[in-house]
Ligand binder design. Structure first.
Ligand SMILES: Nc1ncnc2c1ncn2[C@@H]1O[C@H](COP(=O)(O)OP(=O)(O)OP(=O)(O)O)[C@@H](O)[C@H]1O
Length: 272
């Protein structure tokens, strides 16, 4: 539901809300992986999460996915507590866990089958989403016949075919070469634009975060807290700009430097 702010403007609906979330992987609450996280994701946002290694980015994503529960605080989706995994929240990992014995179509249809969607409907949906990720010619191929980028396309189609409200992506392009990575960024930006779903995207790459996100969140070293949030608009400009001008603009480079400094400071603190 939309709310109206103090100046009469329509506010976007909050989809995910974490309030004062902390998480410890053991019973020692002084050893938190995450601490005092307040985070909301609103309808249609593209939020990128950056931070030093081990700061709890994946842990945060797993809480939102419903794979683990916070030790303290609350995590809700549409006002309801997040309890376990749910197809309304699609997840894409760095290494796509495709079923090696199923072909592309069958992999994409798998979740629909689990949801008892009729075969003809799931077939139609799978074809639609395989087309969207550009794999029509490979729909009968098995995962071992595909490149890393193609496998990631299958994983994206497999999540999107459920029409999730939230797509959670944990370093999805971390294992891809630079060219494939840029093509995948364009694909995800277009998909986000078309589907209007809310995306939370973890990356180690500041350029990637600034090129994709409408909001970039920088986390501190462990225990992970939110250090800084930046609203960014580069993704809109980049989508209509094949010359890469936006990525070399003063504004982009200044923000890039600022974020890199923040992260590097955290990494240095980590080594002390
Ligand atoms: N299942 C687990 N049991 C115990 N500790 C864990 C577990 N999973 C993660 N951790 C620890 O929690 C902290 C946060 O891990 P997490 O994977 O969330 O960080 P991250 O920011 O995603 O790291 P990276 O960028 O290296 O992937 C780390 O210190 C990690 O060792």
């Amino acid at each position: 539901m939309m709310a109206v702010d103090g100046q009469g403007r329509l506010e976007k609906a909050v989809v995910i809300a974490l309030k004062d979330v902390s998480l410890s992987y053991n019973s020692n609450r002084d050893d938190n992986a995450l601490e005092h996280i307040d985070l909301t994701l609103t309808e249609g946002e593209f939020v990128c999460l950056l931070g030093p290694s081990g700061c709890g980015k994946s842990t945060l994503l797993k809480i939102i996915a419903g794979f683990i529960s916070p030790t303290a605080g609350t995590a809700v989706m549409d006002g309801e507590p997040i309890n376990g995994a749910d197809w309304h929240r699609g997840v894409v990992f760095q290494q796509p866990p495709l079923y090696p014995w199923l072909n592309v179509m069958e992999n994409v249809m798998f979740g629909l089958k689990m949801r008892n969607i009729p075969v003809h409907e799931s077939h139609r949906l799978a074809e639609e989403y395989i087309d969207k990720v550009g794999l029509r010619e490979f729909r009968h191929s098995k995962p071992y016949e595909l490149s890393g980028g193609m496998k990631q396309r299958v994983a994206i189609a497999r999540s999107l075919v459920n029409k999730p409200r939230v797509l959670l992506m944990d370093e999805p392009f971390g294992a891809l070469d630079a060219l494939t990575r840029e093509q995948m960024q364009t694909l995800v930006r277009n998909i986000w634009w078309d589907s209007k779903c809310t995306i939370l995207f973890i990356t180690h790459d500041v350029d990637e975060a600034l090129s994709l996100g409408t909001r970039v969140i920088v986390m501190s070293k462990r225990p992970g807290r939110i250090l800084r949030e930046l609203n960014t608009e580069f993704t809109y400009k980049i989508s209509g700009d094949n010359s890469n001008r936006t990525r070399y603009s003063d504004q982009f480079l200044e923000l890039r430097e600022e974020v890199l400094n923040l992260i590097n400071r955290q990494e240095l603190m980590y080594q002390v």
